[in-house]
Design a protein around this ligand. Structure first.
Ligand code: 5GP
Ligand code: MN
Length: 341
């Protein structure tokens, strides 16, 4: 972490300000965890802090401390616009490009003359932030938030609530400390957070063992649809809008489904294609093992991005055409796929 960045950050938060903390569209555990953790930390320093998300988040995150205060742009665009105009300082966490906010919210931020600080762990950051704390080598933004607080020498400000939020972010973005981005330092940080009051087992349970009956039926459908292409070390799943409707689909229900494809021995690349008739797009998640770069795949072919082993994107083609495009593409990556492990 760069010393001058931390110094600049320290200076910005030294006096009480009107602060916004903003996460990305379709917020996940890391977006909610890092934003709420950072917001509660800032509040303990005397700042006026509002947390804004572009749209709603899944039910399994409604246990998070103080999440009920989150303002959704999708439901309150006018009040968010006012908050943005009134703010002195805006933190954008867990994303690095305004396009991750959706068009309307992006436009509001683009026209703001507030001071921006980015804290993020995705590749290729945009240049909107005065202070850009961008570290793609970190497994989660929540871990990066912890390191910021550590380097600011303010660990004493991490109470049980902040610790629980940051633990959530680290846990979800590392696949419960399983992905290659998990380091000895990640475990060290988890240990500090537990010491400060984060209840590991309880957080895991509330987040992962709170499935509905319908979600498991939908998982059953997804497994029925699983395709395995051993010649490309690839497995993929699709869900049509009709299949999701039949199983009472709720936001967040497909979280983690893509990992089942990746759990097949020898599979290097896994994908899930979800039809979204509301937005008229196919939403795609990619996961990989080893050095096969799904960030590049998503960026090059599916208007998306992310990290080397986890990325997402979308397609404007039909579900069938999108999957045909994907399978067709695999041929060009065959050597890379088969050499990745
Ligand atoms: P997920 O598949 O869980 O939605 O996302 C995996 C990773 O890819 C996350 O880090 C997420 O931020 C990123 N990601 C997902 N969808 C998109 C997208 O449409 N565009 C970009 N740039 N990144 C995405
Ligand atoms: Mn993240």
């Amino acid at each position: 972490m760069q010393k001058d960045n931390i110094q600049a950050l320290g200076k910005l938060i030294a006096t009480p300000k009107n602060v916004l903390v903003i996460g990305h569209k379709n917020p996940d555990g890391d977006a909610i965890g890092s934003c709420m953790g950072w917001a509660l930390f800032l509040r303990s320093l005397g700042h006026q802090v509002e947390v804004i998300m572009p749209n709603d988040y899944p039910d399994f995150l409604t246990w998070v401390p103080a999440q009920e205060e989150i303002v959704l742009f999708s439901e309150n665009p006018d009040s968010v616009q006012k908050s943005v105009s009134d703010s002195d300082l805006i933190f954008t966490l867990d994303f690095n490009h305004f396009s991750r906010l959706g068009e309307d919210f992006a436009r509001v931020l683009k026209s703001s003359d507030s001071t921006f600080v980015m804290i993020d762990h995705h590749e290729q950051p945009d240049d909107y932030a005065e202070v850009c704390i961008s570290h793609p080598e970190y497994g989660s933004t929540a871990e990066l938030v912890f390191e910021c607080i550590f380097h600011l020498d303010m660990l004493d400000k991490i109470n049980k609530e902040v610790a629980s939020c940051l633990y959530l972010g680290i846990m979800t973005d590392t696949g419960s400390f399983k992905f290659p981005s998990t380091t000895a330092r990640t475990h060290e940080i988890a240990s500090v957070l537990i010491t400060k009051g984060a209840k590991s087992s309880e957080i895991q349970q509330k987040t992962f063992d709170s499935s509905s009956y319908h979600r498991l039926k939908l998982l059953g459908q997804a497994m029925q649809n699983l395709k395995y292409l051993p010649e490309y070390s690839t497995a993929y799943i699709h869900l049509s809008q009709d299949e999701m409707d039949k199983n009472n689909f709720q936001k967040g229900d497909t979280e983690g489904f893509v990992n089942y494809g990746l759990s097949i021995k020898g599979v290097v690349l896994a994908a899930i294609f979800k039809e979204d008739k509301n937005q008229n797009i196919i939403k795609i998640s990619f996961r990989s093992k080893g050095n096969f770069d799904v960030n590049k795949l998503a960026r090059t072919h599916f208007h998306g991005g992310g990290h080397i082993n986890a990325a997402g994107g979308r397609s404007d083609l039909s579900l069938k055409e999108t999957m045909e495009k994907f399978v067709h593409l695999l041929d060009a990556y065959k050597t890379e796929l088969n050499a990745a492990l």
